[in-house]
Ligand binder design. Structure first.
Ligand SMILES: Cc1cc2nc3c(=O)[nH]c(=O)nc-3n(C[C@H](O)[C@H](O)[C@H](O)COP(=O)(O)O)c2cc1C
Length: 189
């Protein structure tokens, strides 16, 4: 028996990333879970940012951001960047994160994150409390030890994790492969 709930953003799990930004000689890093891939060609990702965030100000002004995907061992640093504002503190210092020069944008990469996606804002959609910034991917950096054969990311080296309600969870067991179920039933000719 399911309970009928009022409309909300109840949704799980969500990815957890660090969004880094820069403008006018200042930079910042913010935790975001409202983030997704939104287009393949050209490659685009999107992040929903509340208008009160310093990150919102920097993205609006600079027109760019970097999505940095952390490994599970960084969860405490990432959590910190999600409760403190860059208006008040240098969160790179606070969380022990290192700035690394990006190749296409002024916003820094977070060196400790094995995957960094440089983006230029190509669309923004004010939705209410949050604005959805769509970023055209300009460059991708992947830590060498996480790279397997045929460009596959090695999960056991990367150790991605997710936000499951208000808790951080690492990945559990592998269930199967994309298309395995269809292949077993031979539904695809
Ligand atoms: C796990 C987690 C996920 C979050 N996801 C988002 C998000 O997707 N969008 C957003 O605007 N704020 C999000 N926040 C809140 C911001 O990270 C937080 O308000 C931060 O202090 C804003 O930093 P800034 O003012 O330096 O930009 C999240 C916080 C946490 C802990």
């Amino acid at each position: 028996m399911k309970e009928l709930r009022s409309p909300s953003t109840l949704f799980l799990p969500k990815p957890v990333v660090l969004v880094s930004t820069a403008h006018g000689g200042r930079d910042n890093v913010m935790t975001a879970a409202w983030v997704s891939v939104v287009c393949m060609e050209p490659p685009q990702v999107a992040v929903a940012v509340r208008e009160t965030r310093y990150t919102y100000e920097l993205i609006q002004a600079g027109g760019e951001f970097v999505v940095n995907i952390p490994s599970r061992d960084l969860w405490r640093a990432v959590d910190l960047c999600g409760v403190v504002s860059g208006r008040d503190r240098d969160k790179f210092d606070l969380a022990g994160l290192t700035r690394e020069r990006a190749s296409e944008v002024d916003a820094p990469l977070v060196a400790e994150c094995p995957l960094n996606i440089e983006c230029r804002v190509c669309a923004s959609l004010p939705l209410g409390s949050h604005t959805l910034f769509v970023g055209l991917v300009l460059a991708v950096h992947l830590e060498g030890k996480c790279l397997g054969e045929k460009g596959k990311i090695l999960t056991e080296e990367f150790h991605p994790y997710v936000l499951n309600q208000r808790e951080y969870w690492s990945m559990g067991m592998r269930l199967g492969g994309y298309g395995d179920a269809a292949a077993e039933l031979e539904v695809i000719p």
